[in-house]
Design a protein. Structure first.
Lengths: 235, 235
DNA sequence: CTGGACTAAAATATCGATATTTGTTGACGC
DNA sequence: GCGTCAACAAATATCGATATTTTAGTCCAG
């Protein structure tokens, strides 16, 4: 297992953290992904120190980790800032993500066993259960991430899983920044059902096709929203 | 540009660092990749502090960054240690790396222009110039990395480039750990020439085939060496 | 012996303070 | 005016010291 426990929660939320650094990492990570911390914003240590009520060391450590993740950019002697977004970067991300997840999904379908199937069923059930009524946003987000990861869980490659999670989060940031409601725009729930069915039926090509289409559809919407963001978002 | 300047040198070596953190990161990174710091060993802050003559903060920041890179593992309240290696992890790495580089190479060949070609020619020349006589190891390593990256440089995807570099380094660690001499075992120089020729001739399929074969060959040797490492390396 | 609980030592994680660097403002000379 | 440079202010990077947690060792009860 290459990954470190600094990474955000995978399944159940509301864990307790064993270090200030982990907690601070999770919080900043969440704030960047959710768009609360906007692209390009300067991340002043003193400010974050106060915001999260913690010392400078955990803040700097969390930011260092985030920098390697790609969500934050560091420049020596000039501190940290939230990574910029752009249409080009997004295209790049989407394409690489599709490639990674396709591979992971194919492997998972060929290798996955009973336990993997049950994980998908469970994740699908949870996701379908929580409507996106306001207040449940966070919970829906968590279940949505868990669902998508459950599909790949049995791929047998910790590297592919790590990358899938990382890119999921990065893509998610774009979605939030575009204020794209996701669930309201299309029949996302239906798409999830379809994907889950295809996967569980071991219909590999169909599953991959649906998954990539799922991402591409969102991508197309994001692409449009990004243009607006680029034009009026300067300020 | 998502990457941060903490990453190790890409082209010319012997740069000066603008912060203790960068320098410490580069040094630890080098020591892990070169195998001087062996898999599983505990990275005690105090010890590193002394070794690199630097405070605790830069050390911890560098380690946090390395943890996200995957070269180091962190466990809350238990500090850092060098990431373990295993045959399985290596297979995983090799497979993902081939996929990533294949994509990057195809894109580079289709998109690359005059400048990209010149970069390859230059890198090939430099690599061929420095024989692997003892003492030149470091220089050869640098040119070798630069050569492989020059092939992909024009792929147009900063993400693919970032991943390629990361996986190159990780693969390189396995090579060093296996004490595989690389250059002596096969006609590696010839392979590099062949690859460069195919790439410059824009013979995409051949280039990809050669590159993947190049990695796979090394992989096969590493696989053997790894078994030995696993059996007698316990100590 | 064996195992659990307590103690001492080591190492981590964290804070508060300081030195260095960068950014900014405004006076001065051209 | 306009660029330049110096002093000041802000922020970063870094250190040294402290609190907390883990680890190792030891002693006794069973």
């Amino acid at each position: 297992m290459i990954t470190t426990d600094l990474h955000p929660v995978d399944e159940e939320g509301a864990q307790e953290f064993r270090s200030r650094t982990s907690e601070t990492y999770a919080r900043i990570h969440g704030d960047v992904v959710s768009g609360k911390l906007k692209p390009g914003v300067k991340l002043k240590i003193e400010q974050l120190r106060e915001e999260y009520d913690v010392g400078a060391t955990p803040v700097r450590e969390a930011l260092s980790f985030l920098a390697a993740d790609g969500l934050v950019v560091r420049e020596d002697q000039k501190g940290f800032r939230v990574a910029e977004v752009s249409a080009d970067e997004f295209e790049d991300l989407l394409a690489v993500r599709c490639m990674i997840e396709e591979r992971a999904l194919r492997l998972a379908i060929s290798r996955g066993g009973r336990k993997w199937e049950e994980g998908i069923v469970l994740a699908r059930f949870r996701l379908s259960g929580v409507g996106r009524i306001e207040g449940n946003e966070a919970e829906w987000e968590r279940h949505h991430r868990a669902f998508h990861m459950s599909l790949l869980a049995a791929c047998g490659s910790s590297l592919l899983l790590r990358l899938s999670k990382q890119f999921y989060d990065e893509n998610n940031r774009y979605r939030h920044l575009s204020r794209l409601n996701h669930a309201t725009t299309r029949d996302v729930r239906g798409e999830h059902e379809e994907i889950a069915e295809a996967v569980l039926a071991r219909d590999t090509d169909r599953a991959v096709g649906l998954l990539v289409e799922h991402y591409t559809k969102t991508g197309n919407l994001l692409r449009i929203a990004l243009k607006d963001l680029a034009t009026d978002g300067h300020g």
